[in-house]
Design a protein around this ligand. Structure first.
Ligand SMILES: [Zn+2]
Ligand SMILES: [Zn+2]
Length: 298
């Protein structure tokens, strides 16, 4: 009885969530879509149900997982240091009984910035988001399991789904849930993910706790640069792009040095610290930049 009622609650809450999200994405709540007008690959709604909410696991994958029993598998970081697919088979017996530790990993795209709390609840834009939730996996400060995610992505996007899976496992202590999180960095070399796909599939019961969703890495009111993870208020004008013909100096935004355009000590054009300026020597100095001692810009 209890089990069936719970299933109904889960299903009802999923449907409610979808309805709310559909409402929020329409023009009555235009703020939902304000975030990322510069990047057409970025989603403008926090949660999208995929594949009629049915996880993509094949029958073979499920069969193998069931034989294998509890496991966790993380992908190695790629050449750019980015996380990949993480998955596992979770059950009650392996849920962590210890506390969370502080996280220090700096995932790709980690350009942390504090905003007014009326824009970003809590102020800080980014969180180190566990791909496999701590409450399921017990994984702590593991670089292969942490990505840069916005506050809403983490708290409003991923967490309710993680809670749904965790509640099911706590309620049905002999059930095993196959769970996979797939980050979406697009096809290029973005350092900040557009979002993740989460698939949750209980191998011991039908559909009750199953879902297949895409969580977008967005924050209403903030425009994100997925290439670098840089970010700004959506109401602020983007900084004008300065071409090399217009430029006076190359700035290193990290070391706060500035260089002649031909200095071999200047940051490479593809470096995230590289920035061109068309300002004068004095203007650049007044912004706190120090002339490079190798090229002596003047
Ligand atoms: Zn189940
Ligand atoms: Zn220099």
């Amino acid at each position: 009885m209890k089990k069936r009622a719970l299933g109904r609650i889960f299903k009802a809450s999923t449907i409610l969530l979808v309805v709310v999200l559909l409402l929020c994405s329409c023009e009555f709540f235009p703020f939902f879509g304000m975030g990322n007008e510069e990047d057409e690959n970025a989603k403008d709604q926090l949660v999208t149900v995929l594949n009629d909410n049915v996880p993509y696991f094949s029958a073979e994958e499920k069969e193998k997982a069931q034989k294998r029993g509890y496991f966790i598998e993380l992908s190695s970081l790629d050449d750019l240091g980015r996380v990949g697919v993480c998955w596992g088979l979770f059950d009650y017996g392996h849920m962590p009984t210890y506390d969370r530790e502080t996280l220090n990993t700096e995932p790709t795209g980690w350009h942390q910035k504090e905003y007014d709390t009326s824009i970003v609840p809590g102020g800080w834009l980014y969180a180190r988001a566990h791909l496999l939730a701590f409450q399921l996996s017990g994984l702590q400060d593991d670089p292969e399991n942490l990505m840069t995610g916005t506050r809403d992505f983490n708290n409003e996007g991923m967490l309710p789904f993680e809670n749904m899976t965790a509640s099911h496992i706590k309620e049905e202590r002999d059930h095993q849930v196959l769970y996979r999180v797939t980050p979406d960095f697009g096809n290029g070399d973005n350092l900040l993910a557009y979002g993740v796909t989460i698939e949750s599939d209980c191998l011991n019961c039908d559909e009750e706790a199953d879902y297949c969703v895409y969580i977008a890495n967005i924050q209403p009111g903030i425009t994100l640069d997925y290439k670098t993870g840089n970010n700004r208020l959506s109401t602020e004008e983007p900084e004008d792009e300065i071409t090399i013909d217009e430029a006076t100096f190359i700035l290193n935004t990290n070391t706060k040095r500035f260089h002649r355009l031909d200095c071999s000590g200047a940051p490479a054009t593809d470096s995230k610290n590289y920035k061109l300026t068309d300002k004068s020597y004095d203007e650049v100095r007044s912004e706190g930049y120090i002339p490079c001692s190798r090229c002596n810009p003047e």
